[in-house]
Design a protein around this ligand. Structure first.
Ligand code: KIV
Length: 290
């Protein structure tokens, strides 16, 4: 799918007043953390559609086309069934809807784990098809060689440690990680291995706070927390979760709005107006020219 194709007709909603602004780059994100300090925390949110990207873009540093679209968009139980084409299509929409944030796209389960060559094939397809700048993949030490391989071949990689949802069938659920000494040690070692392999940033998800802090202090690249710690170098949430689209969300989510309630009230009003014929009015109706 080409991202250079632009609709340009008077009726298109595709490109409402794009603002002239340079897009952030992966090295600029990496440089945010210097000497172990991140003066300006990194703001990341998930985005799956062009319009959502337009609304979030100017306020974020990174838009993540997360494979959480499995549950959020497709109503799937987990991220396991997500395909490369699903990710490529949503990432292309997000790139078209943004002009400022770095767009990072998740590599779906099964597209990168078996070999570094397969990972390159999948990642290069995602970047070519979408115009995204980087990929994210789950896993620590086991993925370090792959991260170095991709990075050395022009594909920036964001790591993801702690609770790694693609491994739900091994982990047995979505509970917080790092409660035992062995798990805690593994998380810190995983983060270190990704950092040494050249990951430009690492998501730390669902990890008890002291271990998230230790991992953050142990790596030179920025960490981005979700259910981790305010001391991570940035934060990410699933946008629909923080907007209040769902009743059930993980405890680490802060609901900044109740968008589900707004949608429901709006639809109730619309349905009422259709049924009592008060919509459409003259304002929404075409008449022949006089
Ligand atoms: O898929 C996703 O949305 C993610 C974030 C929760 C980090 O990986």
């Amino acid at each position: 799918m080409s991202t250079t194709f632009q609709l340009d007709t008077s009726t298109s909603r595709a490109h409402p007043t794009p603002q002239p602004m340079r897009r952030l780059t992966v090295p600029a994100i990496r440089r945010r953390k210097s000497g172990g300090v991140t003066a300006e925390p990194i703001v990341m949110l998930t985005a799956y559609t062009a319009r959502q990207a337009q609304l979030l873009d100017a306020h974020c540093d990174i838009l993540l086309v997360g494979d959480s679209l499995a549950q959020v968009i497709y109503g799937l139980d987990s991220t396991v069934p997500v395909t490369l084409d699903m990710m490529a299509n949503h990432a292309a929409a997000v790139v078209r809807g943004s002009y400022h944030s770095v767009v990072v796209v998740d590599m779906p389960f099964g597209s990168y784990e078996s070999s570094k060559e397969k990972a390159f094939e999948s990642a290069s397809y995602l970047l070519k098809a979408s115009g995204a700048a980087a990929v994210k993949l789950e896993g620590g030490e086991a993925m370090a060689e792959t991260v170095a391989f991709l990075n050395q071949r022009g594909i920036p990689v964001m790591g993801h440690v702690g609770l790694t949802p693609q491994a739900v069938n091994v982990l047995g659920g979505y509970g917080a990680r790092g409660r035992s000494d062995a798990e805690a040690e593994k998380i810190v070692n995983d983060a270190r291995a990704l950092d040494e392999a050249g990951a430009f940033a690492i998501v730390i998800e669902g990890v008890v706070e002291p271990i998230a802090i230790e991992a953050t202090k142990s790596v030179s690249c920025p960490t981005i927390g979700i259910g981790a710690s305010a001391q991570c170098d940035g934060q990410v949430l699933v946008t629909e979760d923080m907007l209040g689209m769902f009743d059930r969300v993980p405890r680490f989510v802060k609901k900044y709005a109740d968008i589900a309630d707004i949608i429901e009230k709006t639809v109730v009003q619309y349905a009422e107006e259709v049924r009592n014929r008060s919509f459409p009015t003259e304002d929404q109706t075409y008449q022949p020219k006089a």
